[in-house]
Design a binder for this molecule. Structure first.
Ligand SMILES: [Zn+2]
Length: 306
């Protein structure tokens, strides 16, 4: 059975009058995929919504009428891709490609009553893949439903967004999450997202490591050489289970607004540079120098320079 914390309003909306395509927007780990699965189980349940958990369809753990497509995070050579993308062959049949595409999967009738395909990170659809998906959204089979998942509506191509009913998902109130745990570090890292909370609780050592690397980073702001080392370490950890930059951002919350904004802008610039294939060492060095400047300006009380 699918256990979901919160999102009652969204689930009422889905159950009342199912549409053929949706766009689920909200922060990572907040439960958009869990609700998509719940929707698929509800559509296929003998007794309808909410899924009973007992019928032949509900008892299946891997449901044949539910499919998730997501970006490939590794390149063909096995490296972690800096620009993950949903490729055309994941959406539409293409000569020479292995595996079944979403459109092929959607062409056959459901085993039970309805098919639900989830396109996770729809903002990372390649152009050709997006065009192929658009055709499906324009003429879906009567039993077919598509759910696009993205952080915000604006991140998705307008042609796709306009054919989908947008449903927003927010973080759960922290008091609801306290029913799961009292671990403050895990609760803080979750930022109200149940998925992130569960990941944090499943690997407490990894979480502590990310937290302490972020502390080291914040403690070396007046020393560019140490900050360079600390930045390298944070980037290594960011490829793992926990993003230590979340803790850095929380650490910056105590800074006066102007300096905090300047610091966050520098972190955003680091992301941009790394995704634009600027040499990582060059980007880290630039960040270290910029952060030392902002930190020195904050301590001396002088205005933020550009
Ligand atoms: Zn059922």
């Amino acid at each position: 059975m699918i256990e979901i914390i919160g999102h009652e309003r969204q689930r009422r909306l889905l159950a009342a009058k199912p549409a053929q395509s949706y766009l689920f927007v909200g922060p990572e780990g907040v439960g958009r995929r869990a609700v998509a699965r719940w929707f698929a189980y509800g559509l296929n349940c003998e007794r309808g919504f909410p899924p009973c958990g007992e019928c032949a369809s509900c008892r299946l753990r891997q449901h044949p009428d539910y499919l998730e497509i997501k970006p490939e995070v590794r390149t063909k050579s096995g490296q972690v891709s800096r620009r993950p993308q949903i490729r055309l062959e994941q959406i539409a049949p293409r000569e020479g490609s292995e595996g079944k595409s979403l459109i092929e999967w959607m062409q056959t009738a459901p085993r039970f009553k309805a098919k639900v395909a989830v396109v996770d990170s729809a903002h990372l659809l390649g152009e050709q893949a997006a065009n192929a998906l658009l055709k499906l959204l324009e003429e879906p089979p009567s039993y077919g439903h598509v759910i696009l998942i993205a952080p915000v509506r604006e991140a998705v191509l307008p042609t796709l967004a306009s054919r989908s009913l947008t449903i927003g998902f927010g973080p759960a109130p922290i008091d609801e999450l306290r029913r799961i745990t009292s671990d403050e570090a895990a609760l803080g890292y979750s930022e109200g997202a149940v998925g992130r909370l569960r990941a944090a609780l499943a690997n407490p050592a990894g979480l502590r490591e990310a937290e302490s690397a972020a502390k080291d980073w914040l403690a070396s702001l007046d020393d560019p050489a140490a900050l360079l080392v600390a930045t390298r370490r944070l980037e290594e950890l960011a490829g793992g289970d926990f993003d230590p930059w979340v803790f850095v951002a929380r650490g910056l919350e105590t800074w006066p607004a102007a300096y905090r904004r300047a610091a966050l802008a520098e972190l955003a610039r680091l992301r941009e540079e790394l995704s634009a294939y600027v040499s990582a060492e060059l980007a880290y060095t630039r960040l270290a120098l910029a952060m030392r400047r902002i930190y020195a300006e904050m301590r001396s009380g002088s205005p933020v320079s550009r």
